[in-house]
Ligand binder design. Structure first.
Ligand SMILES: Cc1ncc(COP(=O)(O)O)c(C=O)c1O
Length: 389
């Protein structure tokens, strides 16, 4: 019997996909399911983007493209970053990827090996910890607490740095908490990191356009002193409701870009050509659909936070960004996974247990509010009902 490598036993997963599969199975059996589990907008990709894809298909964009992406798209990304963050990014540092995920894969492969330590947010996107473990590096959690709006404490983070720290992963706005890191905390962190120029930083900014309450996104690209060791993740999946198109990008320091490009060539060659043309249209076309979508999310955010705080045993902070909220459910007397399962199996409400996002998620559930207000209200009624019996 062939024996695959041991490291595969250390690879984790993204439970949200398992919850989605179970929810779909229940729906196929005729159950009435409300899905607040999956992390994708419940909107269609804007029409002008779909039209650009159709015309790319008609005009023959059928072949391979350069591994790093078509030049027009790489330039459009650089121009977009300049518009949004007032930063100069050379198009030669933009690597177009099939979804944003491969950027985290490549970044963690670049620095993860036995003996290395990589810091990552906990609770956080589960793939960070999974990949760190896969490489044999030690995952060192950056603990995010409800009391500080799920932002990190720069002082505590800096104290956890050792001689073995190779990479620090940050994510703001955050999945699963919706937490947003204030600029002051980022600046404290970067000040502390001045003494450790050998540590790389991976900033996952995939939710950079989805912010509430007048907040403005602080991109780590805005700090020139760390440019030579900063990798930034962003993309189209969330901003333009394009999760199924599989397109995203990474901004790489000049000296690491060739490694990332080579990993691309060794794995997927290039990104689907049609999706790249659609992505140009997304960045260069009108942005009002994005604004409308964020305004709708904002209304739902207010609704869901208010409603969750009215459920006995629940306590919910106000998320500053993304489309998730992460209520504390310890007052219900149930643990996260039990409540996740009961809600889905008994009441048809799909949500994700906080523990899917790391140890610090015990006592929490992640609600994605990528569902209509009516569905959200219906789900809240079902939760109340479950807890009352
Ligand atoms: C924090 C974070 N980063 C990256 C991704 C991956 O995005 P994509 O679908 O573009 O690969 C997600 C998706 O849920 C996410 O939540």
């Amino acid at each position: 019997m062939p024996k695959p490598i041991d490291a595969l036993g250390r690879l984790g997963t993204e439970t949200a996909f398992e919850v989605l599969a179970r929810a779909q199975q229940l729906a196929a059996e005729g159950r009435d399911i409300i899905n607040l589990g999956i992390g994708q907008p419940d909107f269609r990709t804007p029409d002008h983007i779909v039209e650009a894809a159709k015309s790319a298909l008609d005009s023959g964009a059928h072949g391979y493209t350069p591994a790093a992406g078509i030049p027009r798209l790489r330039e459009a990304v650089a121009a977009d970053l300049n518009r949004r963050h007032q930063v100069e990014v050379d198009a030669s540092r933009v690597l177009i990827t099939p979804g944003a995920k491969p950027v985290m894969y490549f970044a963690i492969l670049l620095f993860g090996e036995p003996g290395a330590e990589i810091m990552y947010p906990n609770p956080g996107f589960p793939i960070y910890e999974s990949l760190i473990n896969f490489t044999g590096a030690v995952p060192v959690p950056i603990e995010l607490h409800e009391a500080t709006g799920f932002s990190f404490d720069a002082g505590q983070l800096l104290e956890k740095i050792t001689d073995r720290t190779r990479l620090i992963i940050l994510n703001s706005p955050e999945n699963p908490t919706g937490g947003v890191v204030p600029a002051g905390e980022i600046e404290k962190l970067l000040e502390g990191l001045e003494a450790r120029p050998e540590i790389a930083i991976l900033s996952d900014e995939i939710y950079s356009r989805i912010l509430y309450g007048g907040r403005e996104h602080v991109s780590l690209l805005q700090y020139p002193t760390i440019r030579d060791r900063l990798i930034v993740i962003d993309g189209w999946s969330k901003t333009y409701a394009m999760t199924g198109w599989r397109i995203g990008y990474g901004i790489w320091p000049e000296k690491f870009f060739p490694h990332a490009e080579r990993l691309a060539i060794n794995s997927y060659s290039c990104v689907n050509a049609v999706a790249q043309h659609a992505a140009v249209a997304a960045l260069e076309g009108p942005q009002d659909e994005v604004r409308k979508m964020v305004a709708v999310f904002d209304e739902r955010r207010e609704l869901i936070v208010r409603e969750l705080n009215n459920i006995p045993g629940f306590r919910c902070t106000d998320p500053g960004g993304a489309f998730y909220t992460f209520p504390n459910i310890t007052g219900t007397g149930l643990d996260s996974i039990t409540l996740q399962q009961k809600l889905l199996e008994e009441k048809g409400v799909a949500v994700v247990a906080g523990t899917s996002f790391g140890k610090m998620g015990e006592g929490y559930l992640r609600f994605s509010y990528a569902a209509s207000s009516e569905e959200i209200l219906d789900a809240m009624g079902r939760i109340r009902d479950l807890l009352a019996h």
